[in-house]
Design a protein around this ligand. Structure first.
Ligand SMILES: N[C@@H](CCC(=O)N[C@@H](CSCc1ccccc1I)C(=O)NCC(=O)O)C(=O)O
Length: 222
């Protein structure tokens, strides 16, 4: 029986959070090895465990996977969250890249200098409400189904819920003009594996706090 996947990353969200979400949504238990100092990161490097000297790194199926997108795609395929054919996978890839772009802007907000934060918060709100959320609202409207792709639960749904919750942390009423996304959020949040991940005490990480931001800046030169 292979061991549980082992995630190597800082004890916070960053690029690893979407991997935690996908494993949790698939009902897969995982272990975490937290990188807390530059020395921790250097040890992984000197042991030759990081192909590009970077994390996230996930030990799974005898591999030491790196590159977030590669890890996520492998997990989506492995746990049958990648659609039933090439066209569904293409849709999932497009939708996931959209929510990746949105979360990518949000992810770096806490690391911006104070004078840039207000401008970037406005950018996040603008992009979320004029570029990204309208697309997913229309997808749900056009096919009238519960999920984004193929009328079944896929990686795209997990990723969109994660992005919605992150965007709401930036602006609590950000979904006010998107009724189908509000309903989507309620449905997907109630899927048992996701409901469990959203409970306190799960391996879901909180929004970055000052301690985490300082640790990341010191460890990763973000
Ligand atoms: N293309 C890679 C990029 C990975 C990456 O940038 N990793 C950073 C840590 S995530 C940084 C990050 C980013 C946003 C929020 C929190 C955190 I932590 C790293 O290892 N930096 C060291 C180096 O490049 O030498 C991926 O997608 O996995």
């Amino acid at each position: 029986m292979p061991g549980k996947p082992k995630l190597h990353y800082a004890n916070g969200r960053g690029k690893m959070e979407s991997i935690r979400w996908l494993l949790a949504a698939a009902g897969v238990e995982f272990e975490e090895q937290f990188i807390e100092t530059k020395e921790d990161l250097e040890k992984l490097r000197s042991d030759g465990l990081l192909l590009f000297q970077q994390v996230p790194m996930v030990e799974i199926d005898g591999m030491k996977m790196v590159q977030t997108r590669a890890i996520l795609s492998y997990l989506a395929a492995k746990y049958n969250l990648y659609g039933k054919d090439l066209k569904e996978r293409a849709l999932i890839d497009m939708y996931v890249e959209g929510t990746t772009d949105l979360m990518g802007i949000i992810m770096y907000l806490p690391f911006q200098p104070p004078e840039a934060k207000e401008k970037n918060l406005a950018l996040i709100t603008d992009k979320a409400t004029t570029r990204y959320f309208p697309v997913y609202e229309k997808v749900l409207k056009d096919h009238g189904q519960d999920y984004l792709v193929g009328n079944h639960f896929t990686w795209a749904d997990v990723h969109l819920l994660e992005a919605i919750l992150m965007a709401e942390e930036c602006k609590s009423d950000i979904l006010s003009k998107f009724p189908l996304l509000q309903a989507f959020k309620g449905r997907i949040s109630n899927i048992p594996t996701i409901k469990k991940f959203l409970q306190p005490g799960s391996q879901r990480k909180p929004p970055p706090d000052e301690k985490y931001i300082a640790q990341v800046k010191q460890t990763f030169n973000v």
